[in-house]
Design a protein around this ligand. Sequence first.
Ligand code: ACO
Length: 273
Amino acid sequence: MAESSTVTVSIENAIATVTLNRPHKRNAMSPTLHVEMAEVLEKLRYEPTSRVVVITGAGESFCAGMDLKQFFMELENNPPEFDRIYRIATEWRYRTLRYYPKPTIAMVNGYCFGGAFSIVEGCDLAFAAKEATFGLSEINFKHYPGGSVSKSMANLLRPRDALFYAMTGRPFKGDRAKEIGFINEAYPLADLKREVMELASEIATKDPDALAACKDGYKFSLEMSSEAAMNYSAAKSDQLTLRQKGSWRSEGIGDFLQGKYRPGLGGHEKAGG
Ligand code: ACO
C-alpha cells in the first residue's frame, strides 16, 4: 500500500499495523492526519492480505489528541474547512472503526489524550503499556471532551469514572485504564507489541465472516430493542450461512462430530482441514 505522510501501514502475517506518524508532535491528529487516516482505513477495509488491523503510534506517544494548533487555532476563521475536518475526524474514529468489517485493536504505546480516547473506544479491543499516560485533558485548557469523546466515554466507562477524569483532567496509567474497563489489559511496554501481535495472530486464524458477524451482532444490538435485536440476529445468521456457503455447519460442526477437534478447546484449524 502507498504510504501517506502522517500515517504508515505495514502488513505482516495477515496483520495490518497502522501507525500514527507525527512523533515530533506526539502524534497529535492534524487535519492531514485525519484525511489520511480515513483513506487508509478505506483502503484496508477490503484489502485481501490483512485480516486484523492494529492501530498504534510512532515513538513514545500513542496520540496526543487533536492537533490543538492546526485544528482549533488555524481553522478558527475558516468554518467550512473546520466543519469538513470535524466531520472526517468524527467519522473515522466513531463510525468507521465501530462498524469496521475487520477486527481492530488499539495498541497504546504511550501518551493518549482527549480525542485519542475515541480511537481506543472505537477499536474492538485495546491494550496499553503500563507506562502509558492517559488523560481527558480538555478541562485543563478550559474545554470539555467534545466531538465524539463524550459519547465514547459514555459507551465504555462507568459514570463515576467518566466524570471523574473528565472533570479533573487527571492523568492515569495503563493499569488504571484496565481497572476502569477502558482497555483489555496493560503490559510492560517491552512486552506490549509481542502480546498484541500474538493475540492478533490468534484472531486472524478465525473465520473472517464469523468475526464480522460477531462484531455486528454485538455493536448493532446495543442500539436496538430486544425484539429488533433477536430479529436482526436471526437474519445475520442467515447472512453468515450464505456468505460462508454453509461451512459453519459442514466444516465447523461437521468436523467436531467426526471427532477431528473440540471447539470448546480451540479453533477449527485444529481439525487439520
Ligand atoms: N496539538 C498540537 N501540538 C502538540 C500536541 C497537540 N495535542 N501535543 C504535543 N504537541 C506538540 C508540542 O507543541 C511540541 O511542538 P514543538 O516541538 O513544535 O514545540 C511537540 O508536540 C512536543 O510536545 P512537548 O509538550 O514538548 O512534549 P512532551 O513530551 O514534554 O509532552 C504531552 C507531551 C504531555 C503530550 C504534551 O505535549 C501535552 O500536554 N500535549 C497536549 C495534550 C492535549 O491536551 N491534547 C488535546 C486533547 S483534547 C482533544 O483532543 C480535543
